[in-house]
Each structure stands twice: as structure tokens, then as C-alpha cells.
Design a protein around this ligand. Structure first.
Ligand code: ATP
Length: 441
């Protein structure tokens, strides 16, 4: 039903891929999760929570979940596409936001939080990395794996496991292991500060010192800081969650929206307003954006494509009976001119290639680009693509086993070593499948 295109992003537990529904032509950000990986990492409750919370949200400033489905190995979440990058990368690109931009996006976050809290849900990990942009440069808040659905109104702090990110974590969570709706308002205060200054309000060389500053509410404003913005941030960064502007004890969202910082904001029509020009300009040349070149849509065909090219120029191609379906090719030494086939010249013999392609081989902090050849033997040989020297071989044995981590990353386990391999063209799953096929054969 879908054509899969380029990868939009990768998380610890998922790969998000642009997918086009063939019948309607509609695009989705397809979040794909490996069941095995989720279970191994004990993240089943988080994934269930994410689905549960996303399906309750109905607001323009949240990523929308349109559908979910699964196959034997993976779960798929069909999400609205937010391909213009994260708030964090925009702040980094601009250094900091001007007042107009900060006001516009603060208002959008406030509007989104109002909706979330009206459903008695707290996000608990609100931060610029989790605020994405769609094509109109409107925010799309994401990452509900650590969100919490509350049984009561959630105004009073209540026990909570430690979740969140050091720079945005609230003092009540650090001191009393408690969180409430107001904890998201604390994070909002940190984000407004970061938009206007390009810095975290609480910064220190390590997490312990950051936490010390948070529990003492120790931060400073730069000189000449806008007085309304200063007042808003100070009202949000209150140690007592009940004293935070926006909390029910301080007049709720109505009071927050009336703050002078928001003068001129049309709350009713926020989603229909054009984004600030600076941001639209950023969207135009966004590096996050180049995701729709039609050639990229050959994503799943790539493995076969290499072999097709190889076959075309191979005079000695033969087809040994049903070894591994269509992906087999015999290559003779004398035709090694083709860039994809020079390897056989190096190995200096006729060889049956089952699969080949460039992978990054990671060991500790070193990452090396290698041409990997899965050949008869079976052998997994790797070659330096520049010097064209054979650099080594992953020792094959019956104990060799593959483990896909994502579309890019996979491991090859051998009794003495685990090889950490990265396929920038997203063929990790195909690599694992090919290796396992050969092993089975
Ligand atoms: P983590 O727990 O590490 O944050 P995760 O596995 O829950 O990861 P997400 O954070 O949801 O994954 O997504 C991974 C990346 O994919 C994001 O950082 C973002 O770049 C991209 N992404 C996620 N959702 C979308 C979307 N709707 N549209 C476009 N890109 C997206």
C-alpha cells in the first residue's frame, strides 16, 4: 500500500521514514519500530503509551497519528509529516530568536499545552528536540513515550519516576520525585529562555551541578533583556509548582495567555497565521528538507539495483541453480573495470558475489568506510575503497549471527567479536537477510 522513501530521522527505538500511500498519494511519516528491539530494551509500556496518548490528541500543534499497523517483525505508526527539522536546530542556526519569533512559537506551545493538560495528560519531556516543524513552519510536538495520563486533574504534584532531560527537568521532580501539569510549564519557561538567548537557563559542566542550580532556581538574564519576556520567564520558573503562571492555582491558561508578552497574539487563529519570515526563509534552505528527490524512492530496491548494474557489464555472469533467488552473480577477473566490480580484481579470482555495498565499520570511536562483499565461501570480506586493499574478513562460522538495530545499523556477532556496521543507504535489514539466507543455505 505504501512506497517507502528517504529516512526522516532516527531515534533510539525507531526509524522514521517518509512513506507515500500509493492509492491516495498522501504522505506520512512512518515510524517503524522493531518488535525484537523494543522487547529486548523493555520499552513495550512506552510504545503502548505513545500510541494511547497520540490517538487521544486532536490539535494542530501536535504530530497526528493517523493509523497503526504491524507485520511479524515491526510496528508502524502513520504520523503527520514534520520534515522541517527541530526547534533546537533552528535556534542553533539563528543563534537565538528575535522577539517576534519567540512570541509566535511560545504562543503555539502554550496553545498545545492547554489542549494536552485539558485531557489530563502531561508530556514530561518537553524540550526543543521534541518540537518539530511542518512545511508551514508550525510546531508539531512529538515524543509521547514518557507522557503520563493522569487519573485526577493533575494540578497537585504526584509521584513520578524520573523522566525528562537534565536542562528542562523541574525542581519538584528532583526534590520530591513528583510531577504535575506545572512541570511542563517549568520546561516551557526553560524553552522561552533558550529561544531568546540561545542558551539554557541552567547550565553547568555536569548534570549534578545543573540539578543544584535548578533546585535553587539559580539563573541570570542577559543585560537588556526584554522586560515582558523576563517577567514571563520568571513567572514560569517558580520553584513552587502551584505558583507558576498557567497553573490552576494561578488563574490557569487564561491568565497565562493574558500576559503582556503575548500582546498582539490572536489565540483563536494561531494555526492559520503565517510563520515569521525568518523561519519561512530557514525552511526554504533547510537541510532537513531535501527528502523528496524521486531517486530516493528506490529505497527498497537499492540492493537489487547494485546487482543489476553488476550483471549488465558482466560477461561471465552465470546462474547457479537457485542459490539465493535473484541476487547471485559470478564475476570474472577480467571485467573488473566497472567501479562496482573492481573488488574481484583485487581478490584475483572468479568469485560469486551474493551482495555488496559500502558500510561504515565502527569500533570504539573509530568509524571506517569499507566496501563489504558477501561472497561464496561463504565470506564477508571488507576492502578499503580508496586504497583498494583487502582489509579483513568477518570470520564465518555456524555461530555467526546478525542483529538489525535499525534501518541503518546492524551487528554481526561472531564468537570473539561483534561488528558494528552502519549502512547509510538504509539497507541494514537487507544485509541481515542476505547473510542469514547464506548461513541457512
Ligand atoms: P528517542 O526516544 O531517541 O527520541 P524514538 O525512537 O522515540 O527516539 P522519535 O524521537 O519519535 O523516535 O523520532 C526519531 C526522529 O525521527 C526524530 O528525532 C525526528 O527527527 C524524526 N521524526 C519523528 N517524527 C517525525 C515526523 N512526524 N515527521 C518527520 N520526522 C519525524
Amino acid at each position: 500500500d505504501f512506497r517507502f522513501g528517504p529516512t526522516l530521522g532516527e531515534g533510539s527505538y525507531s526509524t522514521v521514514i517518509l512513506a507515500r500511500e500509493i492509492e491516495s498519494g498522501r504522505e506520512y511519516a512512518m515510524k517503524v519500530l522493531e518488535k525484537r528491539h523494543i522487547m529486548r530494551e523493555k520499552k513495550v509500556p512506552q510504545v503502548e503509551r505513545e500510541k494511547q496518548v497520540l490517538s487521544r490528541l486532536d490539535h494542530p500543534f501536535f504530530v497526528r497519528l493517523y493509523f497503526t499497523f504491524q507485520d511479524t517483525e515491526r510496528l508502524y505508526f502513520g504520523l503527520s509529516v514534520a520534515r522541517k527539522g527541530e526547534l533546537l536546530s533552528k535556534i542553533k542556526q539563528l543563534g537565538k530568536f528575535d522577539l517576534e519569533c519567540s512570541r509566535f512559537y511560545t504562543a503555539q506551545i502554550v496553545s498545545a499545552l492547554q489542549h494536552l493538560h485539558s485531557l489530563n495528560i502531561i508530556h514530561r519531556d518537553l524540550k526543543p528536540e521534541n518540537i518539530l516543524f511542518n512545511d508551514k513552519m508550525q510546531i508539531q510536538i512529538t515524543d509521547f513515550g514518557t507522557a503520563k495520563e493522569l487519573k485526577d486533574s493533575g494540578d497537585e504534584p504526584r509521584s513520578s519516576s524520573f523522566v525528562g532531560t537534565a536542562q528542562y527537568v523541574s525542581p519538584e521532580l528532583l526534590k520530591d520525585k513528583k510531577a504535575c501539569k506545572s512541570s511542563d510549564l517549568w520546561a516551557l519557561g526553560c524553552i522561552v529562555y533558550q529561544m531568546l538567548t540561545g542558551q539554557f537557563p541552567f547550565k553547568a559542566p555536569n548534570e549534578y551541578l545543573i540539578f543544584q542550580q535548578i533546585v535553587n532556581c539559580k539563573y541570570e538574564f542577559p543585560e537588556d533583556f526584554d522586560p515582558n519576556a523576563r517577567d514571563l520567564i520568571s513567572s514560569l520558573l517558580q520553584l513552587d509548582p502551584m505558583m507558576r503562571l498557567g497553573s490552576s492555582s494561578c488563574g490557569g491558561y487564561e491568565k497565562l495567555m493574558e500576559h503582556p508578552f503575548f500582546t498582539g497574539i490572536d489565540w483563536e487563529n494561531l494555526a492559520n497565521q503565517a510563520a515569521p519570515k525568518t523561519m519561512l526563509a530557514l525552511a526554504g534552505d533547510s537541510s532537513d528538507e531535501d527528502t523528496t528527490h524521486s531517486s530516493d524512492w528506490d529505497y527498497f530496491a537499492k540492493g537489487n539495483l547494485i546487482l543489476k548494474q553488476a550483471t549488465k557489464c558482466n560477461k561471465h555472469c552465470c546462474d547457479p541453480a537457485g542459490l539465493i533467488g535473484s541476487n547471485k552473480i559470478t564475476v570474472g577477473v577480467e571485467i573488473s573495470q566497472d567501479p562496482l566490480l573492481w573488488a574481484c580484481g583485487i581478490i584475483k579470482k572468479s568469485i560469486l558475489f551474493m551482495f555488496l555495498g559500502q558500510l561504515e565499520k565502527k569500533r570504539g570511536f573509530s568509524v571506517k568506510l569499507r566496501e563489504f562483499l558477501l561472497t561464496e565461501g561463504p565470506k564477508l570480506i571488507y576492502i578499503d575503497p580508496n586504497s583498494k586493499e583487502v582489509k579483513g574478513e568477518i570470520p564465518w562460522s555456524s555461530e555467526l549471527r546478525t542483529e538489525p538495530k535499525s534501518f541503518r545499523i546492524f551487528f554481526v556477532h561472531t564468537p570473539n567479536r561483534t561488528y558494528h556496521l552502519i549502512d547509510k543507504s538504509n539497507n541494514a535489514l537487507i544485509w541481515c537477510k542476505k547473510i542469514e539466507e547464506i548461513k541457512k543455505h
